[in-house]
Design a protein around this ligand. Structure first.
Ligand SMILES: [Zn+2]
Length: 177
């Protein structure tokens, strides 16, 4: 008799559909993980990009962050403004705002672009009118970032795919020459 292999990983359960903010035409709504803070921008956004900089990587706890830039006058906090906490990053001249309850990054502002507010694409629902075609800080791309390589199923783990290493690396012959 062979032991049955665990075929599910913890935490892979699909999340139930969260309550969504009411969408109004011409507006793009977003919210943090816990729902305490809602934001909104007018459609379309000005532009969108992927940010590979170390500051955004750390602030998001992710390989990179994808942002949508909005004119400040077209951006609003529609719920939970009192829950927002801010962090002034003097080194990069930015102020980052987070939900003080769940920690979701909500938006960030640059002192050198006072008319713009940058919102993580991931907290916005629906179309923003701008596709993230641009990459900022690409020199800081991490070698563990998934960049679209071929994926195959991982045997014994339904729903999990993996990027098979391209080829085996030989150990270096450091001691010989
Ligand atoms: Zn929250």
């Amino acid at each position: 008799m062979t032991a049955r292999r665990e075929s599910t990983l913890p935490g892979t359960r699909l999340a139930a559909s969260p309550k969504r903010p009411v969408e109004e035409p011409g507006r793009v709504a977003g919210e943090c993980l816990c729902g305490a803070v809602h934001v909104e921008i007018d459609f379309p956004a000005r532009w969108a990009w992927h940010d590979h900089s170390a500051a955004s990587r750390r602030a998001h706890g992710a390989a990179y962050a994808t942002y949508v830039g909005s004119w400040r006058k077209r951006f609003r906090v529609t719920k939970g403004v009192a829950k927002i906490v801010r962090y002034d990053d003097k080194a990069t001249g930015t102020t980052r705002s987070f939900c003080g309850r769940c920690g979701t990054p909500l938006f960030y502002e640059r002192t050198r672009s006072p008319h713009m507010v940058n919102v993580p694409r991931a907290i916005l629902q629906g179309r923003t009118g701008r596709h993230p075609l641009y990459h900022v800080g690409i020199a800081e791309l991490q070698d563990w970032t998934y960049t679209g390589g071929k994926l195959g199923p991982l045997k014994g783990f339904p729903g999990v795919v993996w990027e098979r290493p391209r080829r085996k690396q030989r150990p270096r012959d450091d001691g010989m020459f």
